[in-house]
Design a protein around this ligand. Structure first.
Ligand code: URA
Length: 241
């Protein structure tokens, strides 16, 4: 990589400004002043200094959407040697971890990243990021029960915050519903449906904020697209990357 580009990417100056710094003798490469424009460097092994201070590139961060199958525990290492989502995302950089939780039995969208601030904001209810679930439950969900789910129910001594519940289809034996919540309490959807008398028989997360699971095959993952990441950062009140 050209030295002026390296300095610009590191935020030290514009590319032209970097040339001026180089010509002024303010930049050292592996301890030696460089004044030659057009010098190239290896950002992985060379040490660049500006006015005696080391210059480094910003770390590039990783953002992944996994379609988690049931039967995998959401952790990167498990003392009980169960199957974990780490088994499904081989080759991602160390430090990439799941955002929030899904029960082992739940499938669908799980975001993994090494961007701690973004992960914190997705998981924290105050940012009101939608988490959308497709719920399959036993029996017919009545309108009164649907409204109770939406209004909030007592879980662990605290009322759940308002939710949105839409019945997609229903028979005497099974209801399929879409539920949108902002919190991520332990087994929240399962416990809420249980409380209104309809145990969950299948649970799948389809969307987190603006990020849809889309057509990622079960057990596979994709990098978030630039558009997805931009929309997600905006929804979280973060500056665009
Ligand atoms: N609610 C649940 O009950 N389980 C999940 O995995 C996610 C939300």
């Amino acid at each position: 990589m050209r030295l002026n580009r390296f300095l610009a990417r590191a935020g030290a100056a514009s590319r032209r400004g970097a040339d001026a710094l180089i010509e002024a003798g303010r930049v050292r490469l592996n301890g030696e002043a460089v004044t030659q424009l057009g010098t190239t460097i290896d950002p992985d092994s060379d040490v660049v200094e500006l006015d005696g201070v080391a210059v480094t590139l910003p770390q590039s961060l990783t953002y992944i959407a996994l379609n988690k199958p049931p039967g995998y525990v959401v952790t990167m290492s498990d003392p009980h040697a169960r199957r974990t989502v780490a088994d499904l995302v081989n080759g991602v950089p160390p430090g990439v971890v799941p955002v929030g939780r899904l029960d082992a039995g739940t499938e669908g969208l799980l975001i993994l990243t090494d961007d701690g601030e973004l992960a914190h904001r997705i998981a924290h209810p105050s940012y009101e990021i939608d988490k959308v679930y497709e719920v399959q439950a036993k029996g017919t969900l009545s309108e009164e029960e649907r409204l109770r789910l939406e209004a909030g129910l007592m879980l662990d001594g605290r009322i759940t915050s308002p939710a949105a519940v839409r019945v997609v289809s229903s028979t005497a034996r099974t209801t399929i519903a879409e539920m949108t919540i902002h919190e991520g309490r332990k087994r929240q959807v399962r416990r809420m449906f249980e409380l209104v008398g309809h145990p969950v028989t299948g649970l799948r997360r389809t969307r987190v904020g603006p990020v849809e699971l889309g057509d990622v095959p079960l057990g596979q993952w994709r990098y978030l697209t630039n558009d997805q990441l931009r929309a997600l950062r905006e929804a979280l009140g973060m500056s665009p990357k």
